[in-house]
Each structure stands twice: as structure tokens, then as C-alpha cells.
Design a binder for this molecule. Structure first.
Ligand code: DGT
Ligand code: CA
Ligand code: CA
Ligand code: ZN
Length: 571
């Protein structure tokens, strides 16, 4: 699939247009198209073959032509011309968090920097702080940004890895002698970042499985190939391990390779106390080596006197003790969700109109959605003016009736640097759902940032704080904020905290979501979808919530519409 290569090109074009200070609309058009290409999950060449490029949300005439050109020639003239008109390495420099277009140009002009290594050296040598409008703090942030990029190469966000793992599963499931197959490791536990993919298989023809696995088109390098274990690196840089085991050991192997290591250590200790030995082959009695379990995971847990424990909580954070007392939490799942309370449309930086989003949400089985486009001061993404809000309210009503799903007009209102909100109270009061988020001045001090967000929570019309720490996995560290005080203020003001399910964010993190839940703060799980495809991000948000031991009662958008409205109006 060329989707990702074309998306990368469009993102580069967006960056270059930003340097050239082109109109925000053109820049957004390319970034929208890039995002759509990453989301659609179907080969763009196949779509082009059907002549349906313009049906991809976010793809317009100009971008469709460039996709065609790329598919035919492997590049596109406009892109090459833009690159030719700018110094080399500018978009590489812009890949460092903290380095925007102006900084990148200045680094290049004044210090002749074209690579990340050169930038790192210059920052370490204290050359960057000497440039106009830069300082020691910026220099330090640039070094942090470089470290972040390097770290991310080792562990990738789950949203990038899971679809690739799913592809491997589909390929191997296609073999007729494959009986059982499952993901294991951190991916089955749904951790936010993944070191490598682990897969466990049973098959009478292990050779066939390994031949197929190691020759998949996307394999870049085979690290090891044997009858029971093979290991490859995909073209994306992701490593995957496949283990073929005997059917009688499948449950034991799945339990062992799902981990986490700490969880397994505890389980093993319990086994020892019961005169048992547990490993990836099964559970055995120590005194006569007799096998007592191993075929299924349930049997393995039962052998050590425990109920089956959901993979997301296998982190040795007290789950074994709770399981022992029969008190595992009633973890939330996708079917508990009644609606999605953050999404964007063409009214700001989304790719589709309200009706398209509403129809897609209805297909997800939802009872309601909130349309939460950006607020007026975010001009760069087409923030909605107060006059436009009035029109939008009418449109939402019409679409509600037409599609048969409650379409609530909300906002993702900017929290301005001083904590004031981007709309006056009399406007916020009229909106059904008010999500408030920080989108600027990420560098302020912990004290200032905490006060800024708490001030927003103190506004009586604010329902939800969106992506509360502002992180973007692999691109931007969370801003400095005192989560303890945020949680306290959320509780006091009855403001919900969002688990933003976009796999690039996952914000709140599992640890923060857990902290909020323990202190009785309501949570919301929202996708922040920018196209209908992104509504399916809900599963990632659910995973974060499950890892935080969240139950349906802790989450606002498990409520039926009438109860939700009661809660919002009371808050
Ligand atoms: P990752 O890949 O870094 O995201 O994290 P995991 O948890 O997938 O770790 P990985 O791939 O190294 O190993 C998969 C599971 O196999 C791990 O969660 C527990 C189990 N495992 C691996 N090595 C050991 C070991 O030396 N001892 C024990 N008890 N378990 C192990
Ligand atoms: Ca792994
Ligand atoms: Ca592994
Ligand atoms: Zn936002």
C-alpha cells in the first residue's frame, strides 16, 4: 500500500507551504488529505482504480490529481518543485518537536544545519541559544524533542502497530492448518506503545506457518527462522515474533507470552505455593511432573485458584489479589458506550460534514454524538465564529431528525493562556456539550498551566476537559501540569476528564485515568474523530480505560441520552 508514502508527501507539502506562509486553507487541505489516507485502511491504488478518489473524505480535486500522479510516477512534480525551492533538510528539521517553519529556516540560514545530528550538536554546543528569539530554554526543549524522536523509534504507538499485527493474523489465518492463533505480549495487554508484536499459533504444519510468515511482502528482514519460533522486521521497522506451540500448551503459551513479566512472576509464586510448576508448556505437579493444565488460559488460571484475568489489567497492580477475592472490576467495554462526545467536521478542521459523521455514528450503534469543532481564535484550523455557531445549531437539529441520532452541538473551546475561554458565557450556556482544551503556549510553567486549566473548570458551563495533558505520542511530550490538583479541581467542580481515544494521543494515559477514577472523577471516552473512519478509535480509548480499571459507571458517555443531558445540565 502506498497510502502512507503519499500521506508523508502531503504532510511535507503542508510543512513547506507553512514555511512559505501560504493560506491556512491550502495547508489544511494537504494535511486533511494526509490524515484521510492514513485512516481509510484500503489501498488507495484500488480506490483510484475504481475512479473514486474524490469519495475519500478530505481528498479534493488538487490532491486527487497528485495521488494519481504519485501512483503512476512514484512522486509528484509540485512536491519536487517545492522541495527545490527550499534549502535541503528543512522538513527534517521540522520533524523535531519545538522546531516550526521559521525556526527551521533560521537554523538553516544562520548555522547551515540540515540534519538532526547537526542540530543536536549545535544545541549541545550552545549555538542555538545565540540566535534571535531563541534562548537556553528553547535549546533545552530542542534537545528533549530529539530524545523523544529517538525513543519513539524503539517503541511505536499502538495505533500504528495494531493494524500491522492484524494484517499478519489475517495472513496466517488464511492457512488451512492453522487452528488457533492469538496476539500476545504488550499488544494483547493494549499498552500505549509497543516494543514488538508477539503471536502464538497452533498448527500441524509449523513449517508452512513459518514459511508464510517470513516471506510476507512487508517483511524487510528475517531475524530468526525455526520450527517453533521466527522473528522478522517489517518495512515499518516493527518487529514481530511468531511461536508455534502444541495444542495442549496453547493456553499456557498464551498466558506466558501475554505477560506482563511482573504479573507472571506473581502467578508463578502462587503455583509454587500449591506444589505446582508453571511455564509456557503448561502447569505441572511438582511431585510427579503430571500435567494439570495448559490447553486454555482459563484452565491455567483455574489451576492456581484464580478466575481468568483480562489481559489489559495483567500488570501486577493488585489485580491478582482482587481476582483471588473474586473482586475484579467490572471493566468497561465497547458495547457500554452510548455516544461519542468529541469530533470535528468541515466547520473546523475535520474532513466531513455533520450528516456524514452522524450517519457513521449511527452505524456504530450510538444514540448520540456531540459535534465539537474548534473555537474562534484557532483561525489556523478554521475555528467557528459565534455567528456560525447559531447556523450550526440549526443544521444539527435538521441532521438529528433526518438521520435519527441525537446530534448535540458542542464546542472544543480553547482555553486561552490566561485561563479565560474562547467564547463568552452566554454563548457557552447555549451549547449542549462544552469540551475545553489547551492548544497553545504549551511551554508555560507547571504553576501557570495548572491555574490556567483549573480556571476553565471553575466556569459553570464547562463540562469536559479535552486531552488534559496535551501529549502527542512520539511528537510532543505532555505539558507541565499538576495532575493531582487537576483531579482535585475536576472532582470539586464536577468536570469530567476526557480519555482522548485518538491513538496518537491516548490522553489521559492509563495511569492518570486510574488516578482520576480512584478519586471519583467522572471520565469521558471520546475519539476526537476528524473523519468518519476515526470513530473506530473508540476501541483504543476503551483499552486505556480498561487498563485503568474503569467501570461503565465511571464514564459519562455510557449514559443514555436523557441521563446524560440531566448530568450536563446539572453540572
Ligand atoms: P514489549 O514488546 O516491550 O512492548 O512488551 P512485552 O510485554 O510484549 O514483552 P516481550 O515481547 O519482551 O515478551 C512478551 C511476554 O513474554 C512478556 O510480557 C512476558 C513474557 N516473557 C518474555 N520474556 C520473559 C522472561 O524472561 N520471563 C518471564 N517470566 N516472562 C517472559
Ligand atoms: Ca512484545
Ligand atoms: Ca517479543
Ligand atoms: Zn483538541
Amino acid at each position: 500500500m502506498q497510502n502512507r508514502a503519499i500521506a508523508a508527501m502531503f504532510n511535507d507539502i503542508g510543512d513547506m507551504l507553512e514555511i512559505k506562509e501560504e493560506s491556512p486553507f491550502r495547508i489544511t487541505a494537504y494535511r486533511r488529505a494526509a490524515r484521510a489516507l492514513e485512516d481509510i485502511g484500503e489501498d488507495v491504488a484500488a480506490i483510484a482504480g475504481r475512479g473514486e478518489l474524490l469519495k475519500i473524505p478530505g481528498v479534493g480535486k488538487g490532491t486527487a490529481e497528485k495521488i494519481q500522479e504519485f501512483l503512476q510516477t512514484g512522486t509528484c512534480k509540485y512536491y519536487e518543485e517545492l522541495r527545490g525551492s527550499l534549502p535541503a533538510g528543512i522538513t527534517t528539521l521540522m520533524s523535531v518537536p519545538e522546531v516550526g517553519p521559521k525556526t527551521a529556516m533560521m537554523l538553516n540560514e544562520k548555522l547551515r544545519i540540515t540534519t538532526i545530528e547537526e542540530l543536536e550538536k549545535a544545541a549541545k554546543d550552545g549555538l542555538v541559544r545565540k540566535l534571535p528569539r531563541m534562548g537556553a530554554k528553547t535549546e533545552e526543549n530542542i534537545l528533549k524533542g530529539i530524545a523523544l524522536i529517538r525513543r519513539t523509534k524503539e517503541r511505536q504507538p499502538i495505533g500504528r502497530v495494531l493494524p500491522q499485527a492484524q494484517e499478519i493474523l489475517d495472513t496466517l489465518r488464511g492457512l488451512k492448518d492453522v487452528k488457533e492463533i492469538a496476539l500476545a505480549g504488550s499488544l494483547r495487554r493494549m499498552r500505549e506503545t509497543i516494543g514488538d508484536v508477539d503471536i502464538v499459533v497452533t498448527s500441524a504444519k509449523a513449517d508452512r506457518v513459518m514459511d508464510t510468515f517470513t516471506t510476507m511482502p512487508r517483511v524487510k528482514q528475517v531475524l530468526a527462522k525455526g520450527p517453533t519460533r521466527s522473528s522478522v522486521i517489517l518495512d515499518s521497522g516493527v518487529q514481530a515474533d511468531v511461536r508455534v506451540v502444541e495444542p495442549e500448551s496453547f493456553g499456557a503459551a498464551l498466558q506466558y507470552f501475554t505477560g506482563s513479566k511482573d504479573h507472571n512472576v506473581k502467578v508463578r509464586e502462587r503455583a509454587v505455593r500449591k506444589g505446582l510448576k508453571i511455564n509456557e508448556y503448561g502447569v505441572f505437579r511438582v511431585k510427579d511432573e503430571r500435567r494439570v493444565a495448559g490447553k486454555t488460559e482459563e484452565d491455567v488460571y483455574e489451576a492456581v485458584g484464580l478466575p481468568w484475568i483480562p489481559p489489559e489489567v495483567r500488570e501486577d497492580q493488585g489485580e491478582i489479589e482482587l481476582a483471588d477475592r473474586g473482586k475484579l472490576p467490572n471493566l468497561i467495554s465497547l458495547k457500554d458506550i452510548h455516544g461519542d462526545l468529541q469530533m470535528h467536521t468541515r466547520w473546523s478542521d475535520g474532513s466531513e460534514n455533520v450528516e456524514e459523521m452522524a450517519r457513521a455514528a449511527k452505524e456504530h450503534g450510538y444514540e448520540y454524538i456531540a459535534i465539537t469543532d474548534h473555537s474562534q481564535s484557532l483561525k489556523f484550523v478554521g475555528g467557528v465564529t459565534i455567528d456560525e455557531l447559531r447556523e450550526n445549531a440549526k443544521t444539527c437539529k435538521k441532521v438529528s431528525d433526518k438521520v435519527g441520532i441525537a446530534v448535540l452541538l458542542g464546542t472544543e473551546c480553547d482555553i486561552l493562556p490566561d485561563g479565560r475561554l474562547d467564547y463568552p458565557d452566554e454563548v457557552l450556556k447555549e451549547l449542549a456539550v462544552v469540551v475545553c482544551s489547551v492548544h497553545s503556549r504549551f511551554g508555560m510553567s507547571r504553576e501557570e498551566m495548572t491555574a490556567r486549566i483549573i480556571k476553565a473548570m471553575d466556569n459553570p458551563y464547562v463540562d469536559i476537559i479535552g486531552h488534559p495533558t496535551g501529549r502527542v505520542l512520539g511528537q510532543r511530550d505532555p505539558y507541565e501540569v499538576d495532575m493531582d490538583r487537576l483531579v482535585e479541581a475536576a472532582k470539586r467542580t464536577n468536570t469530567a476528564l476526557e480519555i482522548n481515544a485518538s491513538p496518537d494521543r491516548l490522553d489521559l494515559s492509563d495511569a492518570h485515568a486510574r488516578m482520576a477514577r480512584e478519586r471519583g472523577v467522572r471520565l469521558v471516552i471520546s475519539t476526537d474523530a476528524h473523519s468518519r473512519y476515526e470513530l473506530r478509535f473508540m476501541e483504543y480509548g476503551i483499552a486505556v480505560a480498561r487498563r485503568a480499571w474503569v467501570e461503565p459507571k465511571d464514564v459519562l458517555n455510557t449514559l443514555p441520552l436523557t441521563q446524560l443531558m440531566d448530568h450536563l445540565n446539572a453540572g
